[in-house]
Design a protein around this ligand. Sequence first.
Ligand SMILES: Cc1ncc(COP(=O)(O)O)c(C=O)c1O
Length: 452
Amino acid sequence: MHTWDEGTELFAHSVIGYAIERLRLPKDPRWGSQPAAELEQRYAHAITPSGAGALEAMRLVREVMMPACRPMDDAMNLAYVPTAPTIAATMFDLVVSASSIFGGNWEAGAGAIAAENQVLRWLADLAGLPEESGGVFVSGGSAANLSALVAARQRHLDRFGRRGRLAFAATTEVHASVRATARVMDVDVVTVAVDDRDRMTGAALSAALDAAAAGGEVDVFAVAASAGTTNTGAVDALDEIADVCASRDLWLHVDGAYGLAALCSPDGRRRLAGIEHADSFGVDPHKWLFAPYDCAALIYRDPSIAARTHSQHGDYLDAVNRADWNPSDYAYHLSRRARGLPLWFSLATYGTDAYAAAMDHTLGTARSFADAVEAHPDFDLLLEPELSIVLFRRRGWEPDQYHAWSRTRAKEGSALVVPTKFHGETVMRICIVHPNTQIADVVALLDDMASS
Ligand SMILES: Cc1ncc(COP(=O)(O)O)c(C=O)c1O
């Protein structure tokens, strides 16, 4: 298993060859989930005392495993938040795996960590955070939200002690992971109403905080704002929220798992005004910054608070030099894959201008699609898109019609477009993150829906 011989060489080349094939050849968009019992039965002979062997394992991968997984990077996958990793990023992910890098502390992974930090610096500079800001790559937006809000609570407790039932403020539109964070932390959520564009405003935040204070012993330590909600792509009024946070001594965390990717282009950055005031933010390069799963950048204005909160200690960790930049100190984790490296390699390969161009292209496709919706007599545009999510109504359709159309097109493999709810009404939603998504193909979906 650990010895390299001629057979291993052939095997290694065939596995890499398959990876290249996965990247190069179009995947079948009809691929997707299959019944658990069927998959269990087809894998039954794989893990046995003698194993199934390399050839059979690869056959199972080709014929069983991959056809049962949706191609998330298909250019016509416009549901939820898909993904669009670059070729360089994906290929380098294989190198990261082959290198057994321990990305938890500097002593073990300095070369990798310095490169990851270069990417984090790029993001922090785009956001306008100070030079001393920094952070770490974690597995996803959920992990970023949890680690940031735990650090926020720590700063609050350090400053004021426990004054009541702890809480953070967030809107009804915040991602489910933010509410899950409150459950994990056993803190309350002060719910802030959104405006007609689904955004948190400074006035609504102040009103919610005042109402919570008047209602009893709630001790609010942070605001969890959104820069690109998952449902509509709404960006909260970060400037106004930052003012409220400053006047009330609250930590401003911005969940930008989806939307903060737009920082990489000047046009995108303009849509994110106020992000420079964040005490922490998270952005998932595996969503819209062209990196493979799983990769989220978590950045703190003052990383020393995060280190105070998250660093782990034990006799077996005494040898770790605490003066170094140890990524394990900046989130709830210890061992970690250097998951920021595929993005670093891709940025180094193509340059940041290519990222800005790809971002502008996806923003432009979403804008053109919104214009086509507005111009079409059978559709209503429900919100001006702030980023690359567009919500629209097919006039006269009932919820069942949206769902039936969505299921049929997914089965055929022509497009994955899934309905959502907007202010209680079932509507259609698309999310564009792939630079290869062709506007003509997306606009054709309108005619298809109109004639269905
Ligand atoms: C705005 C937002 N926050 C957080 C998350 C959770 O991110 P992850 O799935 O990477 O944990 C998502 C996922 O879609 C998201 O859109």
